[in-house]
Design a protein around this ligand. Sequence first.
Ligand code: G16
Ligand code: MG
Length: 217
Amino acid sequence: TKKGFIFDLDGVIVDTAKYHFLAWKKLANSVGVDFTEAQNEQLKGVSRKKSLEQILEWGDKSLSEEEFIELMVLKNDDYLSYVDKMDENEILPDVPKILNFLIEEGHPIALGSASKNARNILEKVNLLSYFNTIVDGNSVTKGKPNPEVFFKAAKALKVPPKDCIVFEDARAGIKAANLAGMISIGIGQKDVLHEANYVFNDFTEISIDFIKSLINN
Ligand code: G16
Ligand code: MG
């Protein structure tokens, strides 16, 4: 049967977390708030607005609505200065191998990301044409762990949720995939992503035989 494959962006296809970190750190420090790598880790898969709310909460800082919006714009402008320099070399190892196999076998592919910059990033790394549909931060009202993003992707692919397979690096994303009734594949650490149906450190650990076994299940 036809399966739908849904990929998260940051942490699965590219490592943009390092650029989010630089941009959030610069912004947080500019208003006298500390920002660590461990905190950045907790913001994976979290929307821009929710991320800033969390950073201000950590720093025990409150802002007016205008200031809040201004900081979101500053952060994104800074982040985009890194995105602008991205190219194919930033695609994580063996991602194209899996995408090419799925396309050869005729399984539709979706992006399911919290990012409002997803389309821009896929263009930069030359992967936009691989995706049948893009569901991103511009198309959802509820962030992960709410399953909205993955339900929308399944619908666009015309594949029932139970026949969809999700690749995710964030705990909230794995929860969302599970709530959607999809097969969840964690990309990252087993202790963090233990709720996933399967966990791999990265795509170099995922064989074509494993993908075939998912397709034939
Ligand atoms: C990504 C990142 C998050 C980021 C979010 C929103 O999600 O993991 O850290 O805050 O997108 O990004 P933007 O500011 O570009 O709208 P995902 O779902 O692709 O992992
Ligand atoms: Mg992610």
